[in-house]
Design a protein around this ligand. Structure first.
Ligand SMILES: Cc1cc2nc3c(=O)[nH]c(=O)nc-3n(C[C@H](O)[C@H](O)[C@H](O)COP(=O)(O)OP(=O)(O)OC[C@H]3O[C@@H](n4cnc5c(N)ncnc54)[C@H](O)[C@@H]3O)c2cc1C
Ligand SMILES: NC(=O)c1ccc[n+]([C@@H]2O[C@H](COP(=O)([O-])OP(=O)(O)OC[C@H]3O[C@@H](n4cnc5c(N)ncnc54)[C@H](O)[C@@H]3O)[C@@H](O)[C@H]2O)c1
Length: 469
């Protein structure tokens, strides 16, 4: 690590017109992520660029989120597929999950990432700093002994689990810890009924754990279609998972070599026994460690307050993207990527680019998958739009029955008159692939009749699309 003085001299010597200092690496899109697009575009334009991260380079998605999670989920798919096909051509002992071997497989994806990212930065001439970044002025940050000054500072510091305040919260492990477990305990309780809890519950149950989910909301997965969520909850319960709604965890205590979890449900206290309690109760922007006040950057748990160009409202030298930016885009990898591209364009060419969130899909990687793109029925109604919502019970459809899936349905919203696709919602096998086509249609302005005319390989998930509209 270079000393502060050396670094300043180094950056100063290289500056051609301006310096972009990118705080923290976002890890997105399978190895060539937003951080790299963002930083590389500036670097290619002759700017001096530095990247700071307090954890190994790679970001949440590649190291502690999307990718390792989906590696683990593969076992759930295989176990589930064998169960669903039992009696339909599959016999013999059901496959079981070898958790340590699965973890080793997972590490074969995650372990190489930090070095590969560092090499990619070095190859581009981007300086890297390892440590916690803190603002010490409007254009200056410190990283340990180093002081970095820049014309622009881009905050892409992501999100972290919201702090839990109930007594015994110190016994709760995070999603990061879950994805590093060397052994899966017998009894797992997940706090929350969001993406993390549903995905981990589906993995843990197929790996043989007794799973309990406790969510304080009226219904879980609030961003998703309520009818399809109900079906997913039904399917989740059919796996043997206990799901409790309107249930708030109030205390966790050590008991009998395990953990006792106390929850308030319908005004009464209920107690669950678990070996492991996992945080799935939401994430908030990772901002406070940056000490944004010292740079006059207004920010809170939703992220840095930015204008449409993703520039801080209070410090024009600062931009933000991804989970750390308070934008209309949800905290998802494709959104981080879209926003980082807009920031790079604005730094290089002046403020003009705004992220277009149209048609950004989102998937809950349970088995089966729950997905959405565009407006919900409730949103479309609230906006006063006139539309048809076509509901399809897909349980008897070839693509669903072929794999033995018991729960599958879809809703597609099409505007009257214009034929514009307003939204699509699917529960079922390969739904995360099908939804991408709806997203593409929405982004490119294809109408319902265009999608209906899609000529797709048959039989495939895509060949269902014409019947969904
Ligand atoms: C378990 C899990 C599964 C997920 N699965 C999916 C999925 O399937 N699909 C999807 O679209 N999204 C998923 N997400 C969300 C997705 O990972 C995030 O939206 C995405 O990674 C955000 O990218 P980012 O660049 O904004 O931040 P991050 O990728 O979180 O990167 C932020 C980086 O900043 C660093 N940092 C923070 N503060 C500082 C500081 N002060 N100094 C130095 N460094 C700092 C952190 O160490 C981190 O490396 C998942 C998230 C989790 C937790
Ligand atoms: N597949 C994906 O794209 C994916 C996967 C994982 C995470 N993510 C991202 O990470 C973010 C965080 O995910 P998450 O699942 O942690 O949060 P979430 O916001 O999706 O869900 C949190 C849930 O926890 C409940 N809750 C909060 N406090 C509680 C308490 N004390 N007791 C009981 N329930 C409580 C809330 O009611 C809510 O339903 C998501 O918003 C998403 O953007 C995405």
């Amino acid at each position: 690590m270079e000393t502060g003085d050396k670094v300043l001299a180094l950056l100063g010597a290289k500056v051609l017109c301006c310096v972009a200092l990118v705080l923290a690496a976002t890890g997105v899109l399978g190895g060539f992520g937003a951080w790299l697009i963002d930083a590389s575009r500036c670097r290619n334009a002759g700017w001096s660029v530095a990247i700071v991260d307090e954890r190994p380079f790679g970001g949440t998605c590649a190291l502690r989120g999307c990718d390792p999670k989906k590696v683990l989920r593969r076992t759930a798919e295989v176990v589930d597929a064998a169960r669903l096909m039992n009696g339909h051509g599959i016999t013999g002992p059901a496959p079981t999950v070898d958790w340590p071997a699965l973890m080793a497989f997972k590490r074969s994806f995650t372990d190489p990432v930090p070095n590969a990212r560092e090499k990619a930065f070095a190859d581009k001439g981007i300086a890297t700093f390892k440590g916690t970044a803190q603002f010490i002025g409007e254009n200056t940050i410190s990283v340990g002994e180093d002081r970095l000054e820049a014309r622009y500072i881009v905050i892409t510091s992501g999100a972290k689990p919201v702090p839990l305040s109930m007594p015994g919260a110190e016994h709760v492990i995070t999603s990061d810890d879950f994805l590093e477990l060397e052994a899966l305990p017998k009894r797992v309780l997940l706090i929350g009924g969001g993406y993390v809890s549903f995905e981990f519950a589906h993995i843990a149950a197929r790996a043989g754990a007794e799973v309990v989910m406790v969510d304080r909301g009226e219904r879980p997965l609030k961003a998703f279609d309520p009818d399809l969520v109900d079906m997913l909850v039904d399917r989740t319960r059919a796996l043997g998972i206990t799901f409790r709604a309107k249930a708030e965890v109030t205390a966790i205590e050590q008991a009998n070599g395990g953990l006792g979890v106390i929850a308030r449900i319908d005004g009464a206290e209920e107690r669950f026994e678990a070996d492991l309690v996992v945080h799935g109760a939401g994430r908030a922007a990772a901002i406070s460690a940056l000490e944004p006040d010292k740079a006059n950057v207004k920010a809170d748990g939703t992220g840095v307050e930015v204008n449409e160009y993703l520039q801080s409202l209070t410090n024009p030298a600062v931009y933000a993207a991804g989970d750390a930016a308070a934008t209309a885009g949800p905290p998802l990898t494709p959104v981080a990527s879209l926003e980082a591209k807009a920031v790079a364009a604005n730094l290089l060419e002046g403020n003009h680019a705004t992220p277009d969130y149209t048609g950004v899909p989102s998937a809950v990687f349970t088995v089966p998958e729950l997905v959405r793109v565009g407006l919900s029925e409730a949103d479309a109604t609230a906006q006063g739009l006139e539309f048809e919502c076509k509901f399809s019970d897909m349980r008897g459809w070839f693509s669903v029955r072929r794999v033995g899936e018991t729960h599958a349905a879809a809703k597609v919203l099409v505007e009257h008159g214009s034929g514009r696709i307003l939204g699509a919602h699917i529960l079922g096998p390969e739904a995360s692939e099908t939804i991408n086509l709806f997203g593409l249609a929405m982004r490119t302005g294809l109408k319902a009749e265009d999608l209906k005319g899609l000529v797709s390989a048959y039989p495939s998930a895509g060949s269902d699309i014409g019947s969904l509209i």
